[in-house]
Design a binder for this molecule. Structure first.
Ligand SMILES: [Fe+2]
Length: 197
């Protein structure tokens, strides 16, 4: 039984969120939690899953739209559907905690980065590309906690709309963003467009 509000009537999303709630409640370490949430995202969401209209809605002025599915009242996790127009992309960022991404529709491209100067000093860091991968519809990727393994940029790899489902090991409202040219770092607050008035 979920203690918080599910922002969609969709039964698949309810089953998935309930499974994540149970995994998080079991109190595993972050790496084990990431792997178990990955499995839940793979097993509980069909590959031909149709994203509910309320989670596919795009906010006109946003680079990409973040629609909240569920926020745990105890702030342990959040589930967010992100809608990306053609070739839209995020800034380079990392995650304060673990994160699992499931591609619900379209094709996603993830570029991974490394920090090459060994310390993040005075709010600055130099980064370089360390890899890239395509995530097709139905694909899942797990991102383990910082400091090293989770610096990336997400992008819609094509013309059709991309929808990705992100499960964060925190409220999903903050990210550390890197500007690769300026070598600057900033903490940004992220909003949920489906909750805006
Ligand atoms: Fe991310």
């Amino acid at each position: 039984m979920l203690q918080g509000t599910l922002h969609t009537p969709d039964a698949t999303m309810r089953a998935y969120v309930e499974a994540v709630d149970a995994i998080v409640a079991a109190g595993h370490d972050p790496v084990a939690t990431t792997r178990m949430v990955e499995q839940a995202a793979q097993n509980l969401i069909p590959s031909n899953y149709e994203v509910p209209a309320g989670l596919r809605t795009e906010y006109p002025s946003a680079v990409y739209t973040r629609n909240l599915v569920y926020s745990d009242p105890e702030l342990r996790f959040a589930v967010v559907a992100i809608v990306w127009g053609s070739f839209r992309e995020s800034r380079i960022h990392d995650h304060m905690n673990w994160c699992v991404v499931r591609c619900l529709a379209g094709t996603c491209f993830e570029t991974s980065y490394s920090i090459v100067d060994d310390a993040v000093c005075n709010g600055r860091a130099e980064v370089c590309v360390s890899g890239g991968r395509l995530l097709q519809q139905g694909g899942v990727l797990g991102i383990v906690p910082p400091p090293r393994a989770n610096l990336h940029r997400m992008a819609n790899a094509g013309w059709p709309v991309l929808v990705t489902l992100h499960t964060y090991g925190d409220p999903g409202t903050r990210a550390r963003v890197f500007d690769p040219v300026e070598r600057s770092i900033e903490i940004v607050n992220l909003q949920f467009h489906n909750l805006l008035p």
